[in-house]
Write a protein that binds this ligand. Structure first.
Ligand code: GLU
Length: 374
């Protein structure tokens, strides 16, 4: 996919819709939004496309049903709201899609379903089998069992990971904005909608809320994070406004609406898993020379360039590689446990055997297991 008209040839589509589009301020579901989504997706499914819906809104409608006036702070109450709300959402979707003769199936996923290879394959098999039966899978994060520390936390990331899981051609994120803006048009002269993105720049990240800082669920930062995953998974991601009439159909017809993020070089499955799905168990800090070797020349990480280790990870775990300014520059799978790296850091690879009494690898992280420029 290189240009908008290529979207007419797409075979597999993941659509994500956010809570702000699905729920009114009162906490009640926006049924006409759900109805138009069901109509559009049913039609695309009838046309022969594989369609997956990633929906938010479970907690939102659940709070309201349970009589909370605002989002409860404590986790058990939020989980209770998700349990109640998820059933309510599915009840409405099931009814609306059935009107168009389309069957839906619910899948609730957690972070481990992506980080654990076996569960990843199981989830993928289920999705493929639903799609081959022409069922539209409806996915949400399993908020009832995932607490904050182990959550993906936002459905933008979830939708992008699902897109990668099933090798989708297109990911459509529907929200309450028209697309990505170069800045706030009310504050910045000349700021406007960016229709096409071929590279996510630091400037875009700053305009979205500052790199490294998250504006939370539904913010533009999570949309850019989702775009990065999609761009490295070979999918085009289009960010559009859920309230525009027939928005999904128009995007898929190749109309220039919203912001399209075009795919970059596709990372192989293993590297995508390292970069976006595996769980990070620690940090390795490196000096300038090692950072440059990784970023500019795609080199492996050697013990000599390591300055500090954080976390008590084991061999085979994924860690973040940090530059001297504490910026994450890469992620990779380590060949040595943290306690061993502490002993060999700053030393030449030749000395590893002498220090540890064994040397199974020359590299601390081999370049085949290292993903830079996340
Ligand atoms: N899983 C959350 C819910 O259903 C939504 C997360 C999000 O809005 O991104 O309430």
């Amino acid at each position: 996919m290189r240009v908008r008209s290529d979207l007419t040839n797409a075979g597999r589509l993941v659509v994500k819709v956010g809570s702000s589009s699905l729920i009114y301020q009162s906490g009640k579901p926006n049924i006409s939004m759900m109805e138009s989504l069901a109509r559009e997706l049913s039609d695309l499914n009838n046309r022969g496309l594989d369609v997956i819906l990633v929906t938010s809104g479970a907690q939102g409608v659940g709070f309201n049903r349970l009589g909370f006036t605002r989002r409860p702070k404590n986790i058990p109450e939020r989980q209770a709201a998700a349990a109640v709300g998820q059933g309510m959402l599915m009840h409405i979707y099931e009814k609306l899609f059935a009107e168009y003769g389309v069957t839906v199936g619910q899948i609730l996923l957690t972070k481990e379903d992506f980080s654990d290879r076996k569960r990843f394959l199981n989830a993928r098999n289920t999705l493929y089998s639903l799609m081959s039966l022409r069922v539209i899978p409806i996915i949400n994060e399993n908020d009832t069992v995932a607490v904050d520390e182990i959550k993906l936390g936002d459905n933008d990331t979830l939708a992008a990971l699902v897109g990668g899981l099933v090798d989708a051609d297109v990911l459509v994120l529907l929200s309450d904005v028209d697309g990505l803006y170069s800045g706030d048009p009310r504050l910045m002269n000349g700021a406007g909608l960016i229709p096409e993105v071929r590279e996510i720049t630091g400037e875009m990240e700053r305009a979205a809320g500052g790199s490294g800082s998250s504006v939370g669920t539904g913010g533009m930062m999570t949309k850019l994070q989702a775009a990065k995953i999609a761009m490295h998974s070979g999918a085009v991601m289009v960010l559009g406004n859920a309230s525009r009439k027939d928005v999904v159909r128009r995007i898929m017809a190749g109309e220039e609406i919203g912001t399209a993020f075009w795919p970059l070089e596709k990372l192989d499955n293993k590297k995508r898993w390292i970069a976006y799905s595996s769980s990070i168990q620690g940090k390795i800090f490196v000096d300038d020379g090692a950072a440059r070797a990784i970023l500019d020349s795609g080199k492996s990480l050697l013990s000599s360039g390591i300055t500090k280790v954080e976390g008590s990870f084991d061999l085979g775990n994924t860690v973040s590689v940090m530059d001297p300014q504490s910026r994450e520059i890469a992620r990779g799978i380590v060949n040595y446990a943290a306690r061993d790296i502490e002993k060999i850091m700053g030393r030449h690879s030749r000395e590893i055997k002498k220090i540890l009494g064994h040397q199974d690898y020359t590299e601390v992280i081999h370049r085949n297991n290292l993903v830079a420029k996340l």
